[in-house]
Design a protein around this ligand. Structure first.
Ligand code: ADP
Length: 396
């Protein structure tokens, strides 16, 4: 069985074609600048040169048509005919309270996606555009939606409500939803396999640390709490997002900088976080380099990041009670040896100890704690695309 996984942004589209028998990626690609001058598709197949198509792509339908052209290209493609694609899995961002698991897309699902566009104004419409392009160009193939929010729908009320008048929850569904659900779900599944423990008995804290970062408390295989909120802005200090703030900061900026709601949103999502603090970069490799050279702001940004993670990590361990594992994933979680060390410092008093040699790894799947550590600490590379492909395979 072959499953195509599509992840659409407002002007970009990432794709991977999976051979599900081998659980292998046959091809991956990226379309950039959709609807903007200079559109191009770059496709990679192992052992072959990159294949590039540079043509005008005025919308997602055009972009998807070039994806299909690239997949079936005689020299650079991997399939002879589109009929070899058995299903398409789409990454969707916000399914609100309506969607608690991956689903075959029908009118109800589309309605929910449109309804929750109010909380994901850039992502949900882009996801729909990718879907509609596939419906048009591959009319006989089933489409499955895998939502970033779905895994967190098991959170109890006490963890998803905000401390504001309940009427706002009733009126607008204003609450915490959480994101990165596909990654946290993959980690839960993979750790249950690695620990040889049934998924419904696994307790862990999944630390997805990347450009966007979130922690998830998993109890008995289900998400019970997570750091991102109504939108991905809440929680940890991120590459360019502020994370938790006193909400008065927002009203103060609006009053004193004459900022509109859009401008404040843009500031807090795009110019804040470790980028805003350091003035150096949102990339942790640049920050670590600047820190080594004595840049005090880069040093403060990295310390803010690790302290915020520590705060949630300790809280979540208390929430789940019997923690089997603390798991690091995402670009930073998988690759930054020093960040993992910094975060875990302070947990030694609870008997949780990192083995410094074992921690000297990037990517893969490893236990990095000492034999006598009271909780296992692990690095597990995430694979959201494979999770989407598997859910799609199961549903179709
Ligand atoms: P996204 O959230 O966009 O999927 P990733 O999960 O790929 O992002 O994470 C990107 C982050 O991972 C960047 O901040 C990058 O600096 C960081 N990263 C990647 N490799 C390393 C490394 N070797 N050391 C430190 N940070 C790294």
């Amino acid at each position: 069985m072959k499953i195509l996984v599509i992840n659409c942004g407002s002007s970009s589209l990432k794709y991977q074609l999976f051979d599900m028998e081998k659980e292998e990626v046959m091809v991956k690609g990226l379309v950039e600048r959709i609807g903007i001058e200079g559109s191009r598709l770059i496709q990679e197949v192992e052992g072959k040169d990159k294949f590039i198509i540079e043509k005008e792509m005025k919308d997602h339908t055009k972009a998807v048509s070039y994806v299909f052209e690239a997949l079936t290209d005689k020299e650079n493609g991997v399939i002879n005919d589109l009929s070899e694609i058995d299903g398409v899995g789409h990454r969707f961002v916000h399914g609100g309270e309506k969607i608690a698991k991956s689903v075959i897309i029908d009118d109800e699902v589309k309605k929910a996606v449109k309804e929750y566009t109010k909380f994901a104004p850039l992502h949900n419409p882009a996801n729909l555009m990718g879907l509609e392009a596939c419906e048009k160009l591959l009319p006989n193939v089933k489409n499955v939606a895998v939502f970033d929010t779905a895994f967190h729908q098991t959170m109890p009320q006490e963890n998803y409500l905000y401390g504001i008048d309940y009427k706002f929850y009733e009126k607008y569904s204003l609450r915490k939803y959480g994101f990165h659900g596909t990654s946290h779900k993959y980690i839960t599944k993979r750790v249950s396999e690695l620990l040889e423990k049934p998924q419904e008995k696994v307790n862990l804290v999944s630390c997805h640390l990347g450009n966007g970062s979130s922690l998830c408390a998993v109890k008995n295989g289900e998400s019970i709490d997570t750091t991102m909120g109504l939108t991905p802005l809440e929680g940890l200090v991120m590459g360019t997002r502020s994370g938790d703030l006193d909400p008065t900061v927002v009203t103060f900026l609006m009053d004193n900088e004459n900022m509109t709601t859009d401008e404040v949103n843009n500031e807090l999502n795009k110019h804040s976080g470790v980028l805003g603090i350091s003035g150096v970069s949102s990339d942790f490799r640049d920050l670590e380099e600047a820190q080594e050279k004595g840049n005090e702001k880069a040093d403060a940004a990295l310390k803010m990041f690790s302290n915020r993670v520590k705060k949630y990590l300790a809280g979540y361990m208390a929430e789940i009670e019997n923690c089997d594992a603390i798991v690091f994933t995402g670009g930073i979680g998988e690759n930054s040896i020093t960040m993992r060390e910094d975060i875990m410092k302070g947990f030694e008093q609870f008997g949780i100890k990192i083995d410094h040699d074992k921690n000297n790894v990037r990517g893969g799947e490893h236990v990095i704690s000492t034999e006598d550590s009271s909780v296992k600490v692990m690095v597990v590379a995430t694979n959201e695309e494979l999770m989407i492909a598997k859910d799609t395979q199961n549903l179709i």
